[in-house]
Structure formats: C-alpha cells, structure tokens
Design a protein. Structure first.
Length: 560
C-alpha cells in the first residue's frame, strides 16, 4: 500500500514516516498542497494523510483538486488537524473521508488506515465489476444491434408488397425474435411463414438465417409446405441449443386464393374469419389449433409434417399472430387473451388490421410493450402482387405418358411410409406448380381407407364416441398384427396428356370386401359425424372420384 503524507511541518512528516515504516507501507512526502497534487498525479497513492493549514493551497482545496483528478477512482483522504471546531471537522468529512485531531493517537491512526484500506479494496473490486458489467453490456448491445440487422436483412428479402397481406410488427426492445417471411409461388400464389424464436440476440438471429434461406429457396421452387417445414426443422435441430426453438406457421394459398395449405407448430391458434352476411356484419370465427411441436424441438425422425388443406372463400380472412398479442397485460394486470382478440376481429369489419391493433393497444394501456408483437392479416381471394409480372401466353403442357404400379402385401401394409415412397417416385413427373402436399393427402386418405375399412374391416361409426375410438384403435392394432400374405393393396398411377392438359389418374384396389358406396357418397356435406370425412377431402382435392368393385377399388383424377 502506498501512502502520501502532506504536511508543512518536518517533525510531523518524520513521525508519520516511522509509523508507516513499522506497518510496512510505502510512502511519499509533500510539504504543501501544490506538491501534493503533483505527487498524486505521478505516484497514484492508495491513501492520503492530509494536513489542513499549509502555505499556498490549504488541505481542503488540495483534497478537492485531487478528488477531481481521481474521477471514478476512490482515494481515501484522512485529515490530520489541530482544529477541533465543528465547522472545520465537518469540512473534513465533506472534502475527505475521515479526520484525526492532533496530537493524534498512533493506535487509532493505524486502525483508521487499515479500515480505509479495506474500504478502498472493496471500492476497487466494485469498480472492476462495474467495468466488467459495462463491457458485457456493451457487447450485448452490439450483439442485439447485429441480430437486429440480421433480422432486418432477412425480412428485406420479402418481395414487393402482396396486396392480400397486412401486418403489424413491433419489438419490445432493440431486437425482435419474431420472423415474418413471405414469397411468391411459381404459379403466382403466396407462401408465408410467421415464426417466434425463443430468446433474443444472436442465437435467434443464427436460427433466422437458415430459416429464411430455406424458406425463400424452396418456396421459389414451389416446394410443398410440409417439405419446407421439415427442412427448416432439420436445420434448426442441428444448429440450435436444446432450449431454443421456433414456434411457427408455414402456409400457402394458391393463385385464386381458394385453397389454404397450413403447417402449424407451437404458434398460438390461428383465426379464420368468414362473413356470414353480405354486409360483413355477421362474422364466424374458426379457430385453427397448432397440431405440431415448434420447429427445431425434435429430430427429423420424430418430426410430423402433415398439413391442413382446406377450401376458403374470397371473403375469408386469416389472422396469425405471436403470443405477444394474447399474453399482453393491461395496467390492471388483466391478460388480453384469445377471447378479446376474437371479439376484436368480429367487431372490426371495416377497419381491418388497424382497428384490431387499436383495440389491443386500448386494452393494454401501456406505453412499453413487454414482448415482441406480430399480427398478420391475410385476405383470401385472387392473390395480387404490387409488381405483378406480365402474364405469358399459355403453353400447351406436353408430357410423355407413363404408368407405374405398386403392390403391398401382408406385413408391408402396416408401414405407412410406403405412401411417402410413392410420392417421391411420382414427383419428378410433375410440373413445378403441383403440390406434393395434396398428392400425399389424397394417397394417405385412399390408402388408409383401403387398409382400415377394406382389409381390417373396421367400422367407421366406432369413432363417433370416445369409448368407440378407443375400441377402434385397439382393434386396428390387433388386426394389423394378424395380416397375412393374402391381404394386399395395389396402386396404379397413370400420367398422360389430354388436349394439352397433364393428368394423373390414381387407381387403388384392395383385397377387402368393399363398403356401401351409396351410403357414404350421399351423406350431406354438413354431416356432423366424425367419420367419412376423408372421402370428402379426396373429392374436394381431385377433379373426379369414382368407386367400383363394390367399393374395393377407387379411381381419383388430378388435372395437373
């Protein structure tokens, strides 16, 4: 420890030097205030013993100037003075840390020096920690700005505005973990991804880079929604730590805006608003719940890529959002919630997205948002782009006709991955605009219907109750175990061109006894039964569907 002694009396300096030497301290001597200031600058002592009455600059002024030079550095100053009046002693505490009246007690002086030394050490440790925190805070801010720049660059890749889209994006801090991407499909439709990464900063930005690259690359090629979701999941699973993932919705609407394909994992319920009257005053809300885990949470083998495909009307509107909307809390501590959002959508027929956000902000009644907030409004109907390219003359689509056949027998029937293998083999023959998701859906429904009802002879009406559904699953497992070589499913795929129109016919037959075709095909569209809906989906997605051989064979036609 280095001590600076400031006193104009030599005898006092000598006495203090003996005391400091006995304690093992280093020391420097100054005879007046000016010399004390200069020695402080040159030597940077750890403690100062300061006399008050000196020629030139007195001890009070010298202490103030030294404190100014020290800045944030703590330098304890103990005044040694013959003054005993309260005003002088009060000034000692104002301009320094402590005082001791002359003649001073050696034991007390040593104790004060040790005490202030401990304070100085603690003060230095605190300063060091503050400096470290300042440094780390600076690095965090730099990382946040870098991450924000990454997300901004990612979302700048979105094409020119799609008039069907409106969105509200707001960050709770410098950086937002929400990702909003959209792209034009090869046929002029729309792909969209809304994601919410756990956490903030560079880890989320690291996930945003491959997510955007995969999304834009695959959507530009017209890839299936399920394949886009799977590829993003595969990449995030490989690069993100286990506690990080991306709640997301990936969707596509075709050019006419009449068909929606949706993969939904972890993101809050999506709202589909349909007007039930011409003046749009009566709105019906359908809630689309997420069926899957967020992207990056499970490996490729456990990832579920099945999608929802549904018909939509041109007057329908879809609302996708992150949990910053529904989990926002008012100044009274009430949560906004899904019910408030549904009410805002129902009561907002004329102002669009702006009216919903105004309702949300009025409820929250807070200046600062506590989470990232994203709300996307997608109006169905013909998809329009701000930079719509000039339509090219239609070219007759010629394709070399071909026929492919598959036959599955016995235990092979229980492996539903055979559908994926069929899709993979047929896909290369398709034009760019064909949706592999749709083919997979149709084949899954056709195959499942033949397997479960044709071969396993399971009764659909069992699924109309919870107890029956349990019995259905139990019987299915038992009968799959009993499959034999005499059980088979045969599929033929005929690809050909008819008057310039590429067409795919799928003919699937099974070894079962068939079913009552008339009863199922004449069921009303609004039938509330939980079974028989797969056939309705096939009839919706295909241009024609016909049954023969008593229901043991079905033919479905696509116009590609």
């Amino acid at each position: 420890m280095k001590v600076l002694v400031v006193d104009d009396q030599e005898i006092n300096r000598t006495l203090l030097s003996f005391i400091l030497e006995d304690e093992g301290y280093q020391y420097r001597m100054a005879t007046d205030g000016e010399q004390a200031i200069q020695l402080y600058l040159d030597e940077q002592p750890d403690l100062i013993l300061m006399d008050i009455m000196m020629p030139g600059i007195d001890g009070y002024e010298a202490a103030r100037k030294i404190k100014e030079q020290a800045g944030n550095r703590h330098i304890p100053i103990i005044f040694l003075t013959a003054k005993t009046d309260l005003e002088s002693l009060s000034r000692c505490l104002d301009d320094g840390e402590d005082f001791l009246t002359k003649p001073f007690n050696e034991v007390i002086l040593k104790a004060k020096i040790r005490a202030h030394r401990r304070v100085a050490v603690l003060y230095k440790q605190l300063n060091d920690k503050n400096d470290a925190l300042t440094f780390h805070n600076s690095r965090i801010q730099q990382e946040q700005l870098m991450a924000q720049r990454v997300f901004s660059n990612v979302m700048e890749k979105n094409p020119n505005h799609c008039t069907n889209l409106s969105h509200y994006l707001s960050s709770a801090s410098v950086f937002s973990g929400d990702l909003f991407l959209y792209n034009r499909s090869p046929s002029g439709g729309l792909y969209l991804l809304l994601g919410d990464f756990t956490g903030h900063g560079l880890p989320a930005a690291i996930g945003a880079i491959p997510t955007s690259q995969i999304f834009f690359h695959m959507s530009a090629k017209g890839e299936a929604v399920s394949d886009i979701a799977r590829e993003i999941n595969r990449e995030l699973w490989s690069i993100l730590p286990s506690h990080m993932f991306c709640a997301a919705a990936v969707l596509e609407i075709n050019k006419t805006g009449q068909q929606l394909t949706l993969w939904q994992g972890g993101l809050p319920d999506i709202l589909l608003a349909s007007s039930k009257s011409e003046n749009d005053q009566d709105v019906d809300i359908k809630i689309l719940e997420p069926l899957h885990l967020p992207l990056g949470m499970v490996g490729d083998n456990d990832f579920e890529d099945d999608v929802k495909v549904m018909a939509v009307e041109s007057s329908d509107t879809l609302y996708a959002y992150t949990d910053g909307i529904t989990e926002a809390v008012s100044s009274d501590g009430d949560m906004y919630g899904i019910d408030s959002l549904v009410s805002a959508v129902k009561g907002n027929s004329d102002r669009g997205l702006r009216g919903i956000i105004e309702n949300w902000k009025a409820f929250c009644d807070v200046e600062q948002e506590y989470d990232d907030v994203s709300l996307v409004e997608l109006n169905f109907g013909h998809v329009e782009w701000a930079d719509e390219p000039v339509a090219e003359e239609s070219v007759e689509h010629k394709i070399a006709p071909c026929t492919m056949q598959w036959r599955f027998e016995g235990e092979q029937l229980a492996d539903l991955r055979c559908v994926d293998s069929i899709v993979a083999m047929v896909e290369p023959f398709f034009s760019e605009a064909v949706r592999k998701d749709l083919l997979r859906l149709v084949l899954n429904e056709m195959y499942s219907n033949s397997l479960e009802h044709g071969i396993l002879k399971l009764r659909s009406e069992l699924k109309d109750s919870v107890e029956g559904l349990g019995e259905y699953e139990q019987l299915r497992a038992e009968r799959l175990f009993e499959l034999s070589a005499s059980d088979w499913i045969h599929l033929e795929a005929h690809l050909y061109s008819d008057m310039g129109q590429a067409t795919l016919d799928l003919v699937l037959s099974d070894s079962g006894d068939g079913f009552n075709v008339a009863e199922v095909t004449t069921r009303p569209a609004n039938d509330s039964l939980s079974h028989g809906r797969g056939l309705g989906l096939i009839r919706y997605l295909c241009q024609s569907v016909e049954f023969f051989n008593g229901g043991a064979s079905v033919k479905a036609r696509f116009n590609l």
